[in-house]
Design a protein around this ligand. Structure first.
Ligand code: XMP
Length: 509
């Protein structure tokens, strides 16, 4: 395995993902992990991430200097390079010009790290500081016009470093360089496989759960379905699933989840019909965070009530993913831990008294999808777009009523149908409709209408932290608009949302 030491980089997760794409298992750890603790992990390599600080500032995050002499190869990236050079003999200064964006790097020595890389390559830079001088212990490997030492290796220690970011797609040969580091420098065989992961996880679940009973909430999404599939393979009928229909689901979603479930699992499913309860608690509420709070609360109540009806439950399974673990700070509790998700409405509190089982907590979303396919879940389910916990409540702007939700459900169904029919569902990240609290004037036949406006939104994103609006073909937009206006009663106008995130968010509330 390889460890990524996180110095507060927004790219630490991306580095971990790139390493795993090479079939090498990778974990993110705190930057101040000691050399002794590192030894216990027995890693093949260490990667020091970038970070927002300056190494010469007081209080800047540092690493245990002993890690450089463990004999384990180290790759410093950006801040990680500055830290490695600062620790082992070099000087870091603020750069004459802040470099942000694409840059052309000249490779002056290929060595192991840049084997197979041409003499000039495009890279992504994002730094205010840089290494201005290194001792004779370092050999410079690359430079740019403004950054005379853009990559180095140590003469005697297996320490490599680069100022640019090999993990981002804007460095086209970045994955080649990381591959060199992992295979040639670290000697990783690239044998880590999701199939092994599934087998090991199922084995571990069997051991952990013994003869106990587990409950698992189903949401219709891929994370909870894969969680259930792993558990089902581990403990079979001792798994009970709960689906809370909060009345905020998409059209026909309850039926779809039940059908998929009974095709794949021969185990206990409890469907809680809670539409009335949720609509009541949401009555007159327009403020988005208050909607979320109430929905979260009602969900816990419903789930708890149902869970208590099931006898002898000892464990609660949750589809927590690796990015949630990192963002909640549970994994690293380091500088990056300040980024928190405001999202997870589905989180159930410890007060339920069950032991938690989280079999996906080491995986990224794309790995969960691949795992789902390996476990035999249908493509439709595995590739489903994410759907927020508060559901249509945050897409029905303003106060929520059943008639409004019904209009939204119909419009949303048309949108998804047309995106699928155009073959665009897999290549887009999220597509949906939003019902605006606005009436607009229209004309239908000879009559004046004064009806609802629907906004449609479609985005592409890798990580949902930033997103671009999708450039849908005009014909697709035209079909969606015509169909919504013709088929959905109460709508006379459709708008396409052309805002990127940031500054807009993906959802409207
Ligand atoms: P935003 O709107 O913040 O959304 O750009 C980013 C991603 O998160 C989803 N989202 C939520 N998911 N509970 C959830 O489980 C929520 O309250 C919530 N709000 C947004 C959103 O659909 C997108 O995929």
């Amino acid at each position: 395995r390889v460890l990524v030491l996180d110095f507060g980089s927004q790219y630490a997760q991306l580095i971990a993902r790139r390493v795993r794409e090479n079939n090498v298992y990778c974990e993110i750890v705190r930057h101040d992990i000691t050399a002794e603790q590192i030894k216990k992990h027995n890693p093949r390599g260490l990667i020091l991430s970038g970070g927002p600080n300056s190494v010469y500032e007081k209080g800047a995050p540092r690493c245990d200097p002993k890690l450089f002499s463990l004999g384990v190869p180290v790759l410093g990236i950006c801040y990680g390079m500055q830290l490695a050079c600062d620790t082992l003999g070099g000087k870091v200064d603020s750069a004459p010009a802040r470099e942000y964006g694409r840059a052309r790097v000249q490779i002056t020595e290929q060595g192991d790290l840049f084997a197979g890389v041409p003499a000039q390559i495009d890279v992504w830079m994002s730094h205010g500081d840089q290494v201005s001088r290194v001792s004779d212990d370092f050999i410079p490997l690359a430079k740019t016009g403004t950054c005379p030492i853009a990559a180095v290796r140590h003469r005697t220690l297996p320490v490599y470093a680069m100022q640019f970011h090999p993990e981002v797609t804007h460095t086209p040969l970045g994955s080649h360089i990381l591959h060199n580091f992992l295979t040639t420098v670290c000697g990783c065989g690239g044998t880590w496989k999701l199939g092994d992961f599934a087998r090991e996880t199922i084995g571990r679940l069997k051991e952990q759960i013994g003869n106990g009973r587990v409950i698992c909430g189903l949401s219709g999404g891929v994370d909870s379905a894969v969680t259930a599939a792993l558990l089902y393979q581990a403990i079979g009928p001792r798994l009970s699933c709960i689906l809370v229909d909060n009345g905020l689901l998409r059209k026909d979603e309850q039926a779809a989840v039940i059908a998929e479930f009974s095709n794949h699992f021969k185990t206990d499913l409890h469907v809680v019909q809670a539409e009335t309860e949720f609509l009541k608690t949401l009555e007159g509420i327009t403020e988005p965070q208050e909607k979320r709070r109430r929905i979260g609360h009602a969900f816990i109540e419903c789930f708890k009530r149902e869970a208590l009806k099931i006898k002898d439950v000892e464990f609660l399974a949750q589809g927590t993913l690796y990015p949630d673990v990192i963002e909640s700070g549970a994994a690293i509790d380091g500088p990056a831990a300040t980024i928190k998700l405001h999202h997870n409405v589905g989180g159930l509190p410890a007060e339920l008294g069950f032991k938690l089982v989280e079999p996906l907590r080491d995986l990224f979303k794309d790995e969960v999808r691949r795992l789902g396919l390996e476990l035999g879940l249908p493509e439709d389910l595995v590739w489903r777009h994410p759907f927020p916990g508060p559901g249509l409540a945050v897409r029905c702007l303003g106060d929520i009523t059943k008639p409004k939700l019904d209009v939204l459900r119909e419009a949303d169904a048309v949108m998804i149908e047309e995106i699928k029919a155009a073959g665009l569902y897999r290549t887009t990240s999220q597509a949906f409709a939003v019902l605006l609290p606005v009436q607009s004037v229209g004309v239908m036949g000879d009559a004046r209408t004064y009806e609802n406006v629907v906004a449609i939104r479609c985005v592409n994103t890798d990580d949902f932290m930033t997103a671009d609006w999708t450039h849908l073909p005009y014909e697709v937009l035209a079909r969606i608009s015509t169909r919504i206006i013709n088929e959905v009663k109460g709508v006379n106008r459709v708008c396409y949302d052309i805002s990127s995130k940031p500054p807009a968010t993906i959802e409207w509330e």
